[in-house]
Each structure stands twice: as structure tokens, then as C-alpha cells.
Design a protein around this ligand. Structure first.
Ligand code: ASP
Length: 311
């Protein structure tokens, strides 16, 4: 069957990512590379691993290298991978000092204990002899210092972000793939919202933010708390399992999310090769390959809440 691929680089503005042309170039390049590999028989799970790795390595996006800093100036990353065929979820939560959190999530696919948090995830990285790596970039340090300029002491003492700061640095990356054998996988990786309280857990390593079955796969971005409240990824996928088309499942779930004043977005595909996306936030930085052509959502109108490409 014809492979399909959809990826995202988050739901925040293009301004802190170098603008439209550069973001488009990064996303298209990665879609092309992963799609080519899918066409040469890479499995959906391997394609998700590769796509997430490439996106984590691109400092423009908030995952892996270039992750945002949390309230205490540290990077803590979360990533998950779900193999739709086996309906098997694995992930790491708040891990530091590794280059590619998605590699740990991928390794955990075969383990009995499949979701590890901070200390345990780091221990696993040591066990696997993954080299220690600092994902911090100058841009993120400057950005954090700027955010903190006027009330550094106050916020540092409290170790939390003020509500007004929760918009600070959304980002996240995600990949959903359908391979030649008709298998689906989804992966999501993030540095979090930025400036969050120590110990805050992102949706990206939860079924709310990343979910796949044999019928469909979804990766989300946006405010994790909103995504968790909607249980968005799992909800869309399960609706497809219950008989809705992908497009109907996306539209219904986003309409509900709109009614709850949320700030989120999702990308999706199904086993027939339909692609879909939806958002309640102004921007979604997604790109896809239909088998015939490349496309993206970079220039959607702020209020264009959903879209799809039929197989
Ligand atoms: N969902 C991520 C989180 O809340 C952030 C994002 O996607 O922008 O951790």
C-alpha cells in the first residue's frame, strides 16, 4: 500500500523559529527524508523514530536540542512512541542530558516496564551507554533570561511560571506514519511548555497526547493540560475505531475542544491513508506527504480549525 506521513513542529508562532520560509524548509526536508525511507520499506515504528530524531535534532523546534527551559532554567524532555499494530505505548517523562528522548521511548517498546520518568529514564540511558548530551542552545538561554529579567528573584523563589507565562514557548514535535504493510505508528517529543513548575508532566508522553491503534494514529501539540482534559489523541483514534471517518472524528473532537476554550492542535492519519489535522490555536506547523505530493498547514487562517486530504 501507499505509505503516508504527517509531521508537526508544534503550535506556536513562526517568529521564534526563523519565520515561514525556514520552518517550511525544515519540515519539508524532514518529510522528504522520512517518506523516502518509508517508501523503501521502513516500518511505521522506525519511520516515527527517524522522523522524531530529525525533528529533535533541529534546534528550531522545542524538543531534543533547542528544548525550552523550565522555571528553574533546566531542560526536561518527554517523548513517547505508540505502535498501532501492537497497540503498544512507551515513553520517557522529564528526562535530561540525552540527545534523543525518542530513542529511549523506542527502546522501551520491547520492555515490560514501558514508561520511565526522570531518574529512571536517565539510568536507562546510562545502561544503554547513550552519551551524555546537553540539549541547551544559546537562543533558549537568552530567551529564558529575557523572560526572567524583571522578576527573576520572585519567580525563581517560587519555582513556578505565572499564569501569564504559560503561553511562553509552546512547541513540541510529532510524527504519524502509515507504512507499506498498512501499519500505523505515532510519536511525540517535547521540551514542555517552557517555564513550568518543576515536576510538571507533559501530555506528550501520555495517550492523551500521542495514540495509535491499527485503525488510526494521532500526535498532539499545544497546552498539555488542555490536551489531557480533552484526552485528545486517544479520543480521535477511538472514535475512528468506533466507526467515524477520520475527518468526522477530528471535526467532532476539535469542536468539543473549541467549546472548552482550549489551546491545542492534532495531526492524524488512518489505515486507508486519509490525513487530517485540527486546531483550536491560531497556528499549526504541520507538513505531510500524500504519496503524490508534499503539503503543509503553515499558512492556514487563524480560525481555520481543521482540514484533511483524502486517500
Ligand atoms: N504539549 C506540550 C506540553 O504541554 C507543549 C506543546 O505541545 O507545545 O508539554
Amino acid at each position: 500500500m501507499q505509505p503516508k506521513l504527517i509531521i508537526h513542529g508544534g503550535a506556536s508562532s513562526l517568529d521564534d523559529k526563523g519565520g515561514l520560509a525556514l520552518v517550511r524548509q525544515s519540515l519539508h526536508q524532514i518529510v522528504m527524508e522520512v517518506y523516502q525511507a518509508l517508501n523503501q520499506d521502513l516500518t511505521a515504528v522506525e519511520a516515527v523514530r527517524l522522523g522524531c530524531e530529525l525533528l529533535e535534532n533541529e534546534p528550531r523546534f522545542n524538543a531534543g536540542t533547542g528544548s525550552v527551559l523550565q522555571s528553574d532554567g533546566q531542560v526536561r524532555m518527554s517523548a513517547s512512541l505508540m505502535d498501532g499494530q501492537r497497540q503498544n505505548f512507551s515513553g520517557v517523562i522529564n528526562v535530561s542530558r540525552v540527545k534523543n528522548p525518542i530513542h529511549l521511548a523506542h527502546f522501551l517498546q520491547q520492555e515490560t516496564d514501558r514508561i520511565l520518568s526522570d531518574y529512571g529514564a536517565l539510568e536507562l540511558a546510562r545502561e544503554l551507554q547513550i552519551p551524555c548530551y546537553d540539549p541547551l542552545t544559546d537562543f533558549r538561554i537568552q530567551e529564558w533570561l529575557e523572560e526572567r529579567k524583571d522578576n527573576f528573584q520572585k519567580k525563581m523563589a517560587r519555582l513556578i511560571a505565572e499564569p501569564a507565562d504559560t503561553e511562553a514557548r509552546k512547541g513540541t514535535i510529532g510524527v504519524v506514519a502509515l507504512d507499506r504493510e498498512g501499519r500505523i505508528a505515532a510519536g511525540t517529543s517535547t521540551g514542555g511548555k517552557g517555564l513550568e513548575r518543576i515536576g510538571r508532566v507533559s501530555d506528550s508522553a501520555m495517550p492523551a497526547g500521542n495514540y495509535a491503534t491499527a485503525q488510526a494514529g494521532v500526535s498532539c501539540t499545544g497546552v498539555g493540560e488542555d490536551i489531557i482534559n480533552e484526552c485528545l489523541a486517544a479520543k480521535i483514534v477511538i472514535r475512528v475505531g468506533d466507526g467515524l471517518s477520520l475527518q468526522q472524528a477530528m471535526t467532532k473532537s476539535i469542536t468539543e475542544a473549541q467549546a472548552h476554550s482550549t489551546d491545542l492542535a492534532a495531526i492524524a492519519l488512518d489505515q486507508q491513508g486519509n490525513l487530517a489535522w485540527g486546531k483550536t490555536c491560531p497556528v499549526l506547523l504541520a507538513a505531510y506527504h500524500t504519496g503524490q505530493s508534499l503539503g503543509d498547514t503553515l499558512e492556514l487562517a487563524d480560525d481555520q480549525a481543521w482540514g484533511h486530504v483524502s486517500a
